[in-house]
Each structure stands twice: as C-alpha cells, then as structure tokens.
Design a protein around this ligand. Structure first.
Ligand code: SDX
Length: 424
C-alpha cells in the first residue's frame, strides 16, 4: 500500500505512508491541514510520532530495546557507560584514539567553575537534588557561554556534550555532600567515569572511599540501561525546547525538569517511598492492589505500567536480576525487595493489571539497587539523569541536523467562548 486514503465528506485525501527500518509504519500528515483544513488530535501523543530517529528502537509488544541497532542486553553486559555515551552521540563506537580523546575531554571538563560552587553554599541542605541539577545545568549557559550554532561548530558541540556528560556527576555529588554538610570532594584525573563519581559521592576525610569494582560495574550497567529511550517525555522536551534554537544546556535543563515528575523518572523515588509506606503501615499486598485499582483513589502502583511496553520492560528484567544477585552475594535480606517481589507476583496474576498490560518498568527495581549502594532516595532521579544525559544530547543533535528543520509548534482545537467583550 503506497498511500492511505482518508474520506472526509466529499474529499478523499491521499496521505503517504512511512516505513521504518524495523517495519514500523506511519501515516505522514505533514500536508493534511493544507489539503483538507483538518488537523489530528491525540492526547498525550499516544499515536503520534514527532520525528524519524536512528538512535533508539523499542518494540513494546516484544520487550525489545536497541541503541543504534545493538540490543540493550549486549551493551549492559559488555560495554562501559562512556563507550555507550560516545556511541549514542556520535553514531559509532570510539576507536582507541577517540576513546582516549573522549576520556581526556571528560576529565578536563569534570570541574565546576569556582563561582558556580558558591551556589551550593547558598542553597538550603534540604533542596531536592533535581532542582539543584536543573539550576546548575542551566547555569552552565552563564559560565560556559560558547554555544553550538551550526554544523561548522562540531568541536564546540563536542565540548558542550563532554561538559554535560562529565559535570552532571560533579553537580550531583556536590549537591549530596552539601545536603549532609560534608566538604565537597573534587573530581580526580586518575579515576574512571563511574569511579570518579562514586569517589566524589562517598569519599570523606574520616572514611576514605575505597574503590569497589562490583559497585562500579553495577553502576556502569545501570547508567547504560537509562542512556536513551526514544521519544519519552523528557527527551521530547529536550527536542521541543531545542527546536527553538536555544543552546544545548538550556534544552537539557528542560529535560531534567520533565524527568523529575513522578509519572516519569521521579517514579524510582516514588517506588521506594511506596514500598517503605507499605512496610511501615504494614499494608497487605491485597490492600495495595485494591487501592491501585480504585479509580477514586489517586494511588498508582509506582514503577508499574508504561506507555510503550505492553510486555516486560527489558531493563527491568536486568535490574531485577542484578538486585537479586547483589543482595544474595552480600547475604542481605532487604524487606523492601521482598515486598517488591510479592507485589510484582500478585499484580501479574490480577486481571486489572493483566488486561491493561501493566508490567513493572525500569523504575520498579532500580531504587532497590540504588538504596543498597548507599544512595539517598532523593538522589535516585539524579542517577537516572546521569544515565539519560547522552541520550538527550544525541536526540538534540539529531533534531538539530534534521532536514527539514522545523520548530516544534503543535496545533489545537479551540473550545473556548466564541464571542466575549471587556466588561465596562
Ligand atoms: C519512565 O516513556 C518512557 O520511555 C519513559 C521511561 C524512559 O526510559 O524514559 O521508560 C521511564 O518514565 C517509566 C514510567 C515510570 N512511571 C511510573 O512508574 C508511574 C506509574 N505508571 C503510570 O503512571 C503509567 O503507567 C504511565 C505514566 C507510566 C503510563 O501512562 P499511560 O500510558 O498514559 O497509561 P494510562 O495512564 O492511560 O493507563 C492505562 C490504564 C488506566 O486505567 P483505565 O483508565 O484503562 O481504567 O492503566 C491504568 C490507568 O489508570 N494504570 C495504572 C497504572 N498505570 C496505568 N493503574 C495503577 N497503577 C499504575 N501504575
């Protein structure tokens, strides 16, 4: 079938079809309004594609996730996060020379401008680290005012990307240290990406951080799992804001704000708080599921459900396995893990969840791991943002390079008063 035919009264509108490399199909409505005067309406963009993209592929029915054609399982078990970051942003894995250059750029750009650090000493220690992160990332447009403008600024774009991927760790760690009243630990030039972050987080004058290869492997893998996820809410935000031609730092700042929401990346914090409430209030699994199904209660089973996955989220399967082996190897019996496993088992046998194809998503078990690794609950979404940073950058650049380049500006159907006047 070449075109779709749309019968609109006495009009028959022919609309071209678009087929992706994995066989997904779309109806191209670029000329719909011009040819028919009609627009489409699709709340939450459940059926609407905003772009063509070569970065990430998700098959929600089969639970498949690929970054530029490579299965997530392969990357999670074999790659380093910095390699995956380079791969997502540049479209290829780095050769030895590129790997060295990228590593040097990340090291050279791991510090924050000393005047930015003054900000940390003026925020209350109770400030949520996601609000600090979005503020400091946007502040990068003040302290590093060299912006990518067009394809000739490739070196500037690379520098901006390295600054974001590197400094997000420093901002995250500094916000944590401020929240516990400990001195800031600066990045070091002799530690790898994740080890440097863990050292900034957990090193202290009275208890030096000892490199833990198992923790570093685990966090490398978790960051890879979060690195991109096609046109999710925060990535679509980065693209939409970036389509006005504002700089990359400010576009990513908007994405961080979108990610913070409890329906999106903020769910990993919500899940732990939900599990703690179940434990502290000694709620039965039955009661919790009843509440989640009750339309009159605004309680949702956090970490469950997904706009795209109508099968298991492949990232969740890996995280669940890692959580079970991390706890098993350390002979830890985590009551929250036990509650999570019981909740999952009960929900997967409950018609309400089965009929709606609600499965645990990436956020359901990630918090269990973060908690066992020593991260405070409020840092969980910041960890999600560290992982997602290369994806946001890659998607922003792909949007920038798209032809034709269009500012994002959806239409609407007006439902307000037809005629009104100023009183008086
Ligand atoms: C992420 O998009 C991405 O790719 C995101 C992400 C990424 O990597 O970027 O994967 C990361 O954000 C994962 C999702 C994290 N959020 C949560 O865990 C919050 C809890 N989940 C829900 O709020 C919900 O499932 C969403 C927001 C994730 C998806 O919402 P949709 O697609 O709009 O689905 P919906 O709200 O229309 O739900 C369909 C039905 C409704 O019931 P009915 O109206 O059909 O009776 O399922 C119900 C919903 O009430 N439902 C839930 C539920 N999720 C959906 N009921 C109880 N508990 C839930 N968690």
């Amino acid at each position: 079938m070449e075109n779709a035919k749309l019968n609109l009264g006495n009009m028959v509108i022919e609309l071209p079809l678009v087929t992706g490399t994995m066989g997904e199909q779309a109806i191209d409505i670029t000329n719909l309004r011009k040819d028919s005067g009609f627009i489409t309406l699709d709340s939450g963009y459940q059926n609407t594609g905003s772009c063509k993209s070569a970065i990430t592929y998700i098959d929600g029915e089969k639970g498949i996730l690929k970054y530029r054609g490579v299965n997530i399982e392969e990357l999670a078990s074999k790659a380093r996060f910095t390699e995956v970051a380079y791969f997502l942003v540049n479209g290829k894995f780095p050769d030895n020379g590129e790997r060295l250059e990228f590593s040097q750029q990340l090291t050279e750009n791991s510090m924050l401008h000393e005047d930015m650090i003054k900000f940390f000493h003026s925020v209350p220690p109770t400030a949520h680290p996601m609000s600090i992160l979005s503020t400091m990332v946007n502040a990068m447009s003040i302290f590093y005012p060299q912006y990518f403008v067009d394809e000739n600024d490739g070196e500037v774009f690379k520098l901006m990307a390295s600054r974001l991927i590197s400094k997000i760790r420093t901002i995250a760690a500094f916000s944590y240290k401020r929240s516990i009243g400990e001195p800031l630990v600066y990045p070091r030039h002799d530690l790898p990406y994740v080890g440097n972050f863990l050292n900034m987080m957990f090193d202290s004058p009275v208890k030096p951080y000892e490199s833990d290869p198992d923790m570093e492997r685990l966090l490398n893998m978790i960051l890879i799992l979060h690195a991109d996820h096609e046109q999710n809410c925060s990535t679509s935000t980065v693209r939409l804001v970036g389509s006005s031609l504002v700089n990359l730092y400010s576009s990513v700042c908007a994405g961080i704000c979108a990610l913070w929401g409890p329906l999106h990346g903020g769910a990993n914090q919500e899940v732990i708080e939900m599990l703690e409430r179940i434990r502290n209030e000694n709620l039965s699994i039955k009661t919790v599921l009843e509440r989640a199904k009750d339309k009159n209660s605004n309680f949702k089973l956090s970490g469950f459900g997904h706009r795209v996955y109508r099968n298991f989220d492949p990232r969740m399967k890996i995280l669940k396995q890692e959580a079970q082996s991390f706890l098993g190897n350390r002979k830890l019996d985590d009551p929250l893990m036990n509650i999570a496993l019981e909740l999952e088992a009960a929900a997967l046998k409950d018609d309400y969840f089965v009929e709606r194809k609600l499965y645990p998503n990436v956020d359901f078990y990630s918090g269990i791991l973060y908690r066992e690794m020593g991260f405070p609950t409020e840092m969980f979404t910041v960890l999600f943002a560290i992982g997602r940073m290369p994806g946001w950058i890659a998607q922003w650049k792909e949007m920038h390079d798209s032809v034709p380049f269009k500012i994002g500006r959806p239409r609407q159907i007006y439902t307000g008063p037809t005629e009104a006047h100023y009183p008086g």
